[in-house]
Design a protein around this ligand. Structure first.
Ligand SMILES: NC(=O)c1ccc[n+]([C@@H]2O[C@H](COP(=O)([O-])OP(=O)(O)OC[C@H]3O[C@@H](n4cnc5c(N)ncnc54)[C@H](O)[C@@H]3O)[C@@H](O)[C@H]2O)c1
Ligand SMILES: O=C(O)[C@H](O)COP(=O)(O)O
Length: 467
């Protein structure tokens, strides 16, 4: 990573500059600087305070089979990385999260307020996926915990899956294949169509929806889309004014919206009724967006000729048997339907996407841990300073995450003003503000006082001093 300066954060909010080594696997030793308290959490014990700093003090928990690329980047920093293939039940997650500074998850791990309340050492969360609905973003921000994701590294993979599904549904490929697997030759053309000339209706024209639009047009489809935001159409696609217009005009309807209160059961009995007779529905967004019992009824009645589902309510933590009626009462009925493709949330599961996500999110985590940069954070203002000068003597970087209330900057600058402020940037997002300042002329013996003074301000959420 080009920007990675050799700064190793300490669990207590202090950091120590390490000379000439980006890869810290050799466990350098450091002069001890007695920290007064931990980051934003309760006071840490004096035994812990006396532990000499080492990069191996940074504890990272990676859940849900995060790609090797991501693991490697974090291990190269010297961090302690614990890797698990699946997600964890809430009680086990709470036990583990208490101890770590960094957690990496994908779409299954729910980082709720209840879980995050226990995460006293946590400074940053990496979602190694697009969706961040599984994290209580606002609560995390109020605790000074930054959240990063990978906003588009798997978009193409999802778009390609949907293209495959459109053709597979139009030709009833799943059924023909299953029949022949079971020994039955069933050569039919009734109800099987070309997709050329048909209309694709895209709900949510963001990264995935717009990518899909281009691919679908290249195969001769017409594209209409519905989005809450006015968005530029790609190719000859056309934005429609209402969800009803989209449902009434499309032969294939595909969903690419985030999980939110507005998108919960966005497609239910009423919306399915508005769709064209014999049309198709594809959901690779989130399981909460489609009312599955309503879809089952619409398919049984013949209104919907086929469907593809990649996402479900109550998805399991890891691989294994899923379809049990105990989890969802509709599972048996769903499995019996004809021309329905059921996939286990694999939209973003390609080698290309997972490898790119591993790199992108791990780099963001390292930049945040080592330098405090929040570029790309989804719950914090984006703050970064041009370059670090910590290799020069008496330079420190101060990061002060605080409540966005009047008068804070004046108080902070009164503290920083005892030194020479080389650069400073501050920004706010909702209730939380983030200040970064590079300061020179700070003697090592003064660092503790500087930190302590900022910690004592009533607006403080978390203070870090990197040096
Ligand atoms: N199946 C998978 O493996 C997989 C992979 C990646 C993403 N996803 C899901 O797909 C979703 C979309 O991904 P993206 O990268 O395209 O997101 P995006 O943020 O780029 O686009 C989402 C679009 O939906 C629109 N939108 C939001 N609420 C809406 C509403 N109520 N009605 C209409 N439009 C609305 C937004 O304005 C935006 O244009 C993600 O949030 C994620 O949940 C699933
Ligand atoms: O949000 C996402 O990127 C997708 O839903 C994929 O999630 P996953 O990484 O858990 O497969």
């Amino acid at each position: 990573m080009s920007s990675a300066k050799d700064i190793v954060p300490r669990m207590d909010g202090f950091s120590r500059t390490v000379s000439n080594s980006l890869s810290l696997s050799t466990s350098p030793t450091f002069t001890f600087h007695s920290p007064p308290s931990s980051f934003g959490g309760p006071k840490i014990s004096s035994t812990k305070q006396l532990k000499p700093f080492d990069t191996k003090d940074i504890k990272v928990l990676l859940l849900e089979n995060v790609n090797q690329t991501g693991q490697d980047i974090l291990r190269e920093q010297g961090y302690q990385v614990e890797f698990l293939k699946s997600s964890l039940p809430e009680d086990q997650l709470i036990e583990k999260i208490r101890d770590v500074h960094v957690i990496g998850i994908r779409s299954k791990t729910k980082l709720t307020e209840r879980v995050l309340r226990e995460a006293k050492n946590l400074i940053v969360i990496g979602c190694f996926c697009i969706g961040t609905n599984q994290v209580d973003l606002q609560y995390a921000a109020r605790q000074g915990i930054a959240v990063f994701n990978s906003p588009f590294s798997n978009s193409r993979s999802v778009a390609e899956l949907v293209i495959g599904e459109i053709i597979a549904l139009a030709r009833q490929l799943g059924d023909r294949s299953n029949e022949l697997h079971n020994g039955t030759w069933n050569k039919v053309s009734k109800g099987c169509w070309e997709i050329r000339g048909k209309t694709l209706g895209i709900i949510g024209y963001g990264h995935i929806g717009s990518q899909l639009s281009v691919l679908a047009e290249a195969m001769g489809m017409s594209v209409i889309y519905y989005d809450v935001v006015n968005l530029m159409a790609l190719g000859t696609a056309r934005q429609v004014a209402t969800l009803g217009d989209l449902l009434a005009g499309a032969d294939f309807v595909t969903l690419h919206v985030p999980e939110s209160p507005e998108t919960k059961n966005m497609i239910g009995a009423k919306q399915l009724e508005q769709m064209k007779e014999g049309s198709y529905l594809i959901n690779a967004s989130r399981g909460s967006v489609v009312d599955i019992p309503a879809l089952i009824n619409a398919m049984k009645g013949g209104k919907i000729a086929g469907a593809a589902l990649d996402v479900y309510p109550n998805e399991p933590a890891g691989n294994g048997f899923y379809f049990s009626n105990e989890l969802n009462s509709w599972t048996e009925e769903l499995r019996k339907l004809k021309n329905i493709i059921l996939t286990p949330h694999i939209g973003g599961s390609t080698e290309e996407a997972q490898s790119a996500i591993g790199v992108e999110v791990s780099h963001a985590l390292v930049r945040y841990v080592n330098e405090g940069a929040t570029l790309g954070a989804v719950n914090m203002p984006e703050v970064n300073l041009r370059s670090l000068t910590l290799d020069e003597p008496n330079h420190v970087r101060v990061i002060y995450i605080h409540r966005n209330v009047p008068g804070v900057l004046g108080r902070v600058n009164a503290i920083l003003g005892n030194h020479n402020v080389d650069k400073q940037m501050t920004d706010s997002r909702g209730e939380v503000a983030y200040l970064m300042a590079d300061i020179s002329d700070v003697k090592e013996a003064e660092i503790k006082d500087l930190w302590q003074s900022l910690e004592e301000l009533s607006s403080r959420i978390r203070t870090r001093v990197l040096y």
